[in-house]
Design a protein around this ligand. Structure first.
Ligand code: A2P
Length: 325
């Protein structure tokens, strides 16, 4: 398995298991199966509502001798309602308790968006707190405290624009080492790749298969289905692999970590084997042409009427990226 190397030489397996949308009741078995298959990187978040069950799967895998803690890379994310500096550490401690772990490998600020304490998802614009009132630098100071206390070996962010990353890089005592963002052939974000390479920030590609299992309210009627793209399908057919494997290997060949979600044992194994697929330069060029600069995950939930956030202030330089086809 290829790895991404952090500044202190820690190694993150480039392919991980995504757990967004994996329901309690199915994620325990999926994690246990994934470990059997060989997955050693698990991408979690408090808001996914399944960390307790993932923790049980880890605990049982440790007990039964399938793995030891340091064999696996575990990422989790701070939810938007705990962005005040002194709320970050308690939020991480809750995640650690749920995951039955003593430390994380990587903790991320899930969104550059703050919610009032106690609000899980905004009902109205007044549930959001502006970045002027709760600056990302304050949240980051809380993240740095998590690192200082040895509760997360690395810290980073998710859904950050270049502008917001640059702001953080300038003021942070400990620089963010990761930005986890939506990346796939329809949303290739070349400027972000260039910026992060220059600043020694690693990238993780979320929704690499197009997240077809998003809830209906996060979907557009006109959106194109990534896994059904004819070019990807033809390429897969010609190579004797699956469309999902092409998408995963494409992300790996761009040196981004990639976290396809599955709770199906056959697809878990299929996705893991994507590392064996070889994409030649002509195939990489053909995929380059599929970029439509189009997001599936629009963040529209953060920009209701009266919100302190607009699509422009949420996505900054990339707000022109088409939302939802
Ligand atoms: P399932 O969990 O039933 O396998 P993303 O990683 O972009 O969020 O996409 C996740 C969606 O893709 C889920 O609906 C998942 O369903 C599905 N999926 C995962 N692996 C594959 C695969 N190899 N082929 C087709 N669909 C897949």
């Amino acid at each position: 398995m290829e790895i991404l190397k952090f500044k202190n030489n820690d190694e993150m397996p480039i392919l991980g298991l995504g757990t967004w949308k994996s329901k309690p009741g199915e994620i325990y078995t999926a994690v246990r199966q994934a470990i059997q298959i060989g997955y050693r990187h698990f991408d979690c978040a408090a808001i996914y509502g399944n960390e307790l069950e993932i923790g049980k799967a880890f605990t049982d895998a440790f007990k039964q001798g399938d793995i030891i803690r340091k064999d696996i890379w575990v990422t989790s994310k701070l939810w938007n309602n705990a962005h005040a500096r002194d709320q970050v550490l308690p939020a991480l401690k809750k995640t650690l308790t749920d995951l039955c772990l003593e430390y994380l490998d990587l903790y991320l600020v899930h969104w550059p968006v703050a919610l009032k304490t106690g609000v899980v998802y905004p009902g109205t614009g007044s549930d959001l707190v502006s970045l002027a009132d709760l600056p990302l630098a304050d949240t980051w100071a809380g993240m740095e405290a998590c690192f200082d206390q040895g509760l997360s070996n690395h810290i980073g962010v998710s859904n950050f624009s270049i502008k917001k990353l640059a702001g953080l890089v300038e003021t942070a005592k400990i620089k963010p080492e990761m930005n986890q963002i939506e990346l796939h052939p329809f949303l290739q974000q070349p400027e972000m790749l260039t910026y992060c390479r220059k600043k020694n920030i690693l990238l993780t590609a979320y929704s690499p298969l197009g997240s077809g299992d998003r809830p209906a309210h996060l979907k557009s009627e006109t959106e194109q289905i990534l896994l059904e793209n004819p070019n990807i399908q033809q390429m897969a057919q010609k190579k004797g692999c699956s469309a999902a494997q092409i998408l995963i290997k494409w992300a790996i060949d761009r040196h981004t970590a990639v976290i396809p979600k599955s709770v199906n044992p056959i697809r878990l194994a299929e996705n893991f084997k994507a590392t064996q697929v070889e994409l030649n330069p002509d195939e990489m060029t053909a995929i380059l042409a599929l970029d439509m600069a189009t997001r599936y995950v629009r963040g529209a939930i953060w920009t209701p009427p009266g919100s302190a956030y607009t699509p422009e202030t949420l996505w900054d330089e990339s707000y022109r990226i088409v939302n939802g086809f």
